[in-house]
Design a protein around this ligand. Structure first.
Ligand code: BGC
Length: 472
């Protein structure tokens, strides 16, 4: 296999690289756990602090506000202090925020803790994929970065389970306290791991970059890969915010921002956060139905993401995105139709069935495409000198859109009815499908330096075609 440097490159996955990915991806568990745990905890917090509905909404969404702030600050942090230190700072903030939440005697302290946890999530949500993408061999990069998304879905599922376990005692502090376990694992693990070779090289720490690359690749022969990285660093200048507007970064920026917003505006978190409510709309009111809905949604999310991890370096990114988004559009349209016409077709149990089937299909379609591929692509398409900053811009847009959808869902249902809201998300999915068709590049198998060179030459994203690189 020829790289730009002309050396033969094999795609071995060393134990060291696997450990680095597994440790960093614990950040995904925290992301999933800390965004999911609130759904079961909020009932008890609301009654302990005697919160009216507006304050309940603020308590629920404070973590998203923190994530927006963290994503803003994380860009500079990742480029200046490095990927490793950024993840270490995020895990320390996770621990501190969790401590504050667990001892909170009133709402203001609780909110401060949740905002801090949110800031940690905002940083980890993009620096973890960034770190993994800069470590992974190109033929395996898609699957390795998507382990982070797999861990997000696992974190969500675990949070549902923990919420359920403590729901009889109502001990919401214990629900949050358990989040400290992965945070401590992440902190200690990252203290023991090195920074990414690409970031080290970009800071002129060539000897360390070489040593890390040798360890990760399990061979002393890394000069070809290092030459590629160095050449690409030489071709860049600056590394300022204004460089994001350079012609070569503009298109990747549009692709990242578009996917960021579309990942949220197609409604995923209305299902992740409100699945039991949606089932109640469909006439399934029992506690059993609500538990089954949440557990089912969480499990399908994990399983379909696991399928994406296996497929993504074989099929490529675009086929998964196009198939997944098409599935989302169809299942949302069916879900909307179920609500619109259920009266005519004897309501009740039929609507429950349509809801269960279409929500399952919707989640599986998201998990095979937009879920993992968005976070992967934004870790692949930006040049090294501004990679942290560019990813931070896309990540802020993602969290802001998440905040918007979460806050407006119930109000929109009041205005448009359930059918109208799901059809609206179906319409956005159709727009997303064409966006991907026209603008999203195929990065499969390419090195980050090859992707960068393509955009530096001013070429259109769609002209970038992936390659099939053999694995060991
Ligand atoms: C999204 C989250 C979502 C999660 C669900 C992530 O890719 O960014 O907003 O909750 O997937 O699995």
């Amino acid at each position: 296999m020829k790289t730009q440097g002309g050396t033969v490159k094999r795609t071995a996955l060393t134990l060291f690289a696997s450990i680095a990915v597994a440790v960093a991806a614990v950040g995904g568990i925290l992301f999933g756990y800390d965004t999911g745990v609130i759904s079961g905890a909020i009932l008890f917090i609301t009654s302990e602090f005697a919160l009216p509905p507006t304050l309940e909404e603020i308590a629920t969404s404070s973590v998203l506000v923190g994530a927006i702030l963290g994503a803003i600050a994380g860009g500079l942090l990742a480029d200046r202090a490095g990927r490793r230190l950024s993840i270490i700072a995020a895990s320390a903030a996770f621990l501190a925020g969790t401590g504050i939440v667990v001892v909170a005697a009133g709402l203001p302290v609780f909110l401060a803790g949740r905002v801090l946890i949110g800031m940690a999530i905002g940083v980890a949500s993009f620096v973890v994929p960034l770190y993994i993408s800069e470590i992974a061999p190109s033929a395996l990069r898609g699957g390795m970065v998507s382990i982070n998304q797999l861990f997000i879905t696992l974190g969500i599922l675990i949070s549902y389970g923990v919420d359920y376990l403590f729901s009889s005692s109502g001990d919401w502090r214990a629900m949050f306290a358990l989040g400290a376990v992965p945070a401590a694992v992440l902190l200690v693990g990252m203290l023991l791991l090195p920074d990414s070779p690409r970031w080290l090289a970009s800071r002129q720490q060539t000897d360390r970059a070489t040593a890390v690359l040798q360890k990760i690749r399990g061979t002393r022969e890394v000069s070809g890969e290092l030459d590629d990285i160095r050449k690409s660093i030489k071709a860049q200048k600056g590394g300022r915010w204004s460089d994001l507007l350079a012609p070569s970064v503009r298109m990747p920026l549009i692709v990242g921002l578009g996917l960021a917003v579309l990942q949220q505006l197609t409604g995923i978190n209305t299902v992740i956060y409100y699945a039991p409510t949606i089932f109640q709309f469909a006439g399934l009111h029992s506690a059993g139905a609500s538990i089954a809905a949440t557990a089912g949604v969480g499990t399908v999310n994990v399983l379909a993401t696991a399928a994406a991890v296996v497929l993504i370096d074989r099929t490529g990114r675009r086929p998964l995105l196009l198939a997944g988004i098409a599935g989302m559009a169809v299942s949302l349209a069916v879900l909307g139709a179920g609500f619109a016409f259920s009266g005519a077709v004897q309501g009740g149990s039929l609507l429950g069935l349509i809801t269960a089937v279409s929500l399952t299909a919707y989640i599986a379609s998201f998990a095979i495409g937009l879920g993992p591929v968005f976070w992967l692509l934004i870790a692949e398409i930006y040049p090294l000198n501004v990679r942290g900053r560019a990813m931070s811009v896309a990540t802020v847009a993602n969290w802001a859109a998440n905040f918007l959808i979460t806050l407006t869902f119930l109000t929109l249902v009041g205005i448009l009815d359930q059918a109208g809201v799901f059809w609206l998300y179906a319409l956005v999915s159709i727009i997303a499908w064409f966006f991907v068709l026209r603008l999203v590049p195929e990065t499969k198998g390419l090195t980050l330096e090859e992707i960068e060179e393509h955009f530096r030459a001013g070429r259109h994203p769609r002209e970038l075609k992936g390659v099939a690189r053999p694995r060991d």
